[in-house]
Design a binder for this molecule. Structure first.
Ligand code: ADP
Ligand code: MG
Length: 336
C-alpha cells in the first residue's frame, strides 16, 4: 500500500538516508529500528513530505505522493516530545486537526469522545494539559494524531521520554489501538524490546541504510550481520575456527563470525553424559542467574577457554553452580 523506493536524503555532503526501500501493507505496523543518528527521523520526515528527497519515491497504492503537500498526504505524525498545546484543554488538543480541516463542531466533539475512549481516557475533554501524567499526555497525543483519520501514522520514538514501566504498558496497548482503527503505521525506535513488542515487520537501519528487514522472529533468529546482532541484544558472538574451534572446544559450524542464539543451550541432566561423550557438552560456571517466570536467564563462564556466554534455559541454575551444557549447532548463525 505505502511504498518507499530508493529514497535518499542528504544534508550537505552527509548522506543521512541512503537508498532506502520498503513497503508497508494495509493495516501493517512496520518498526524502523536503529541507533541514534542513523537517519530514522529524517526518513519519516521525508515520507511525510516535510523533508525534500534527493532521489527516490514515496507512493500509496501506486500514486506518487510527491505533488502532495504534507497535509494532503493522509499521513499523521506523533513525536517523542508530544508537544501538546499547553494552553488548550485535552479536547481542544485532540480536535486540532479536525478544526484545521474545517470539520463542524458537533462532528468534532463526537470524534474527540471516540478518540479519547479509544486511548482509555474517556471524559478527559476538559482536563488541562498541565494536569496530565506523562503516559496520559502520550495517549492524548495519540488521540490527536488519529482524530483526522489518517491512512498512515508515523510514530517517531513516541514512548522515548517515558519511564520503563509506563513504556512497557503503552507498548502493550499501542498495537491494539492501531488495529482497532485499522491503520498502517511506521513506528520508529532505538529500543529492540519495544520493536519486538510492536512490530509486524521489522526494518533495521544503520548509517542511513536498511541493513536487515523481515518478520521480527526471522530477523532476531538470523540477524546475518554482526552489527544487527549486537543491536538486537545478542551477546554470544564468537569466532569459529577453520575446524570449528571455539574457546571452550569445538562447534560443528561454519568457520567465521557467528551468533549462538540464547536458546541454544540444554542443561545436561547428568554431567557424566558429557564426560562420556566428549564434545557433546561443555562445563560452565554460572555467574549470573535471573528468574524470568517460565525460564531462567543465565550468564556462564566456560570452564575450558573462559568464554562468557548468555543463555535462556527452562531449568533453575544458581550462581556458583557448575553444570554441563550442550550447545545445539542448529542454533548457531553465521554473521558477516
Ligand atoms: P535518528 O532519528 O536515527 O537519530 P536523524 O534522522 O535525526 O537520525 O539524523 C540522521 C543524520 O542526519 C544525523 O547525522 C544528523 O546529525 C543529520 N541531520 C538530521 N537533520 C539534519 C539537518 N536538518 N541538518 C543537518 N543534518 C541533519
Ligand atoms: Mg530521531
Amino acid at each position: 500500500m505505502l511504498s518507499i523506493e530508493g529514497l535518499s536524503v542528504s544534508f550537505g555532503d552527509h548522506l543521512a538516508v541512503d537508498d532506502v526501500s520498503f513497503d508497508v501493507a494495509d493495516n501493517e505496523i512496520v518498526v524502523l529500528l536503529g541507533p541514534s543518528g542513523c537517519g530514522k527521523s529524517t526518513l519519516l520526515r521525508a515520507i511525510a513530505g516535510l523533508q525534500p528527497l534527493d532521489s527516490g519515491r514515496v507512493s500509496r497504492d501506486g500514486e506518487d505522493l510527491a505533488p502532495l503537500a504534507p497535509d494532503e498526504r493522509g499521513i499523521g505524525m506523533m513525536f517523542q516530545d508530544h508537544a501538546l498545546f499547553p494552553h488548550r484543554d485535552v479536547g481542544q488538543n485532540v480536535e486540532f486537526g479536525l478544526r484545521m480541516a474545517g470539520v463542524a463542531s458537533a462532528v468534532r466533539s463526537t470524534r474527540v469522545a471516540e478518540m479519547l475512549e479509544l486511548v482509555g481516557l474517556s471524559g478527559f475533554e476538559r482536563r488541562t494539559v498541565g494536569t496530565l501524567s506523562g503516559g496520559e499526555a502520550q495517549r492524548v497525543a495519540l488521540a490527536r494524531a488519529l482524530a483526522p483519520e489518517p491512512r498512515v501514522l508515523l510514530l517517531d520514538e513516541p514512548l522515548g521520554s517515558l519511564d520503563r514501566e509506563l513504556r512497557d504498558r503503552l507498548v502493550e496497548d499501542l498495537p491494539g489501538v492501531l488495529r482497532e482503527v485499522g491503520i498502517s503505521a511506521i513506528h520508529v525506535t532505538h529500543d529492540h524490546d519495544e520493536a519486538f513488542a510492536v512490530a509486524e515487520k521489522l526494518v533495521v537501519m544503520g548509517e542511513g541504510r536498511v541493513v536487515r528487514s523481515g518478520l521480527p522472529t526471522d530477523v532476531w533468529s538470523d540477524p546475518r550481520h554482526e552489527a544487527v546482532a549486537n543491536f538486537l541484544g545478542h551477546r554470544n558472538i564468537v569466532e569459529i575456527g577453520p575446524r570449528g574451534e571455539v574457546p571452550w572446544g569445538t562447534l560443528p559450524s561454519e568457520p567465521g563470525r557467528a551468533v549462538i542464539l540464547p536458546d541454544a543451550a540444554t542443561v545436561l541432566a547428568d554431567p557424566g553424559d558429557s564426560a562420556d561423550r566428549p564434545g557433546r557438552g561443555v562445563e560452565v560456571r554460572v555467574v549470573g542467574s535471573r528468574f524470568r517466570g517460565a525460564s531462567w536467564e543465565v550468564d556462564v563462564d566456560t570452564e575450558p577457554g573462559g568464554a562468557h556466554l548468555h543463555f535462556v534455559v527452562p531449568t533453575e541454575l544458581l550462581i556458583g553452580q557448575r553444570v554441563f551444557l550442550n550447545i545445539d549447532p542448529s542454533r548457531v548463525r553465521a554473521v558477516s
